[in-house]
Design a protein around this ligand. Structure first.
Ligand code: AFP
Length: 335
């Protein structure tokens, strides 16, 4: 296939406008987000030269040390999203509170949730990192702009996506009508449609979990992993492969490409925080993408997207990927 065969991001979005009625406001916002991702990708690639791969002296609201690039990526996301006249509020992993961009929010305005640089502890190692985002559209005018107003369940997302900064820069999005993947082309500067209609195969022989935490695992997680490890002679009757990149965006991209299951369950060590990964800007967008690709996404026994958020930086267990595997793990939770 030649470059001419690949639609640009804008061409694709305009076709989606005809096909499923994607609004011009959303298309313009997504173009701004795509620009932010291109800039972040560039800043990561020059990080070793300008000394931005390392840590700052600051910690974010979750008490994690911020990398210089965490801050840079956050600034880029905010700057580009603020272009959109429909963007009413921003929620970022790197910011304690909601950033309100309007004095009053109207029906049709957007709330944008993002993790500007997920996996940033991998930066010095030159291992893939990514940005994750989620968009919710207000269903009615909002007079009272309190931070509680942005606590909306994942089922209300109208769009979710991520950019993966790996050997190439990918942009993967869903607007609720399937999942499509684009690759940044150096030279034209465009994201081109390279992975149309991404789907997660229903079954798999690959799982991803941080196995160093097994002393903290609950019974359902232990049982699932033990049965995978038992291989051909075990109850699953097949050999499983294990992967752990410690970068959720890279794990989800692998699952969208060749299937698998990713697990970061709530365990006895992280239970007091509710889990490890954040609901609004990590679990929800990845949950929507995986479901739109035919997979499933669970907190361990129930759907991620149905969790009613009570806190901006709330965490939850995350189990997502091939439908058969997530169903089986959910079944173990219910038992
Ligand atoms: P950082 O952004 O702090 O590097 O965290 C990345 C992450 O949230 C997610 O991308 C990984 O799946 C997970 O943490 C890795 O956690 P471990 O430290 O347990 O490997």
């Amino acid at each position: 296939m030649t470059t001419e065969d690949h639609l640009t991001f804008r061409q694709f979005m305009l076709r989606e406008q005809d096909r499923v009625g994607t609004s011009s406001d959303l298309i313009l916002l997504l173009e701004d987000i795509a620009t932010a991702c291109r800039v972040i990708s560039h800043k990561i690639r020059e990080g070793a030269f300008v000394g931005t791969l390392g840590a700052t002296d600051d910690t974010n609201v979750q008490g994690e040390t911020q990398k210089e690039l965490d801050v840079i990526a956050n600034d880029e996301f905010m700057r580009h999203c603020a272009n959109s006249p429909r963007c009413a509020a921003l929620v970022s992993e790197e910011l304690d509170n909601v950033v309100w961009l309007k004095k009053e929010a109207k029906k049709g305005d957007y709330f944008i949730y993002f993790d500007p640089l997920d996996g940033s502890s991998n930066l010095e190692l030159n291992i893939s990192v990514g940005s994750i985002f989620s968009i919710v559209e207000l269903q009615e005018d909002l007079t009272d702009l309190t931070d509680e107003a942005v606590l909306i369940a994942g089922t209300e997302q109208i769009c979710a996506g991520y950019s993966l900064y790996g050997p190439s820069t990918s942009l993967v999005i869903t607007t609720g009508h399937g999942v499509n993947g684009f690759t940044h082309q150096m030279g034209s500067g465009e994201f081109l449609l390279t992975f149309p209609d991404m789907t997660v195969p229903a079954s798999t022989q690959e799982y991803a979990i941080n196995a160093s935490r097994q002393n903290f695992w609950d019974a359902a997680t232990k049982r699932y992993v033990d049965e995978c490890l038992a291989g051909k002679d075990g109850p699953r009757g097949k050999k499983f492969n294990m992967r752990w990149v410690a970068s959720m965006v890279a794990e989800v991209h692998r699952i969208l490409t060749r299937g698998g299951v990713f697990m970061y369950p709530m365990d006895s060590e992280n239970a007091s925080m509710g889990g490890r990964l954040r609901l609004l800007y990590e679990a929800n967008p990845m949950g929507m993408i995986i479901e739109q690709a035919g997979g499933k996404a669970s907190i361990g026994g129930s759907r991620i997207l149905e969790v009613a958020p009570t806190d901006l930086h709330q965490r939850c267990g995350v189990i997502l990927g091939s439908a058969e595997e997530v169903d089986l793990i959910d079944q173990y939770y219910s038992e």
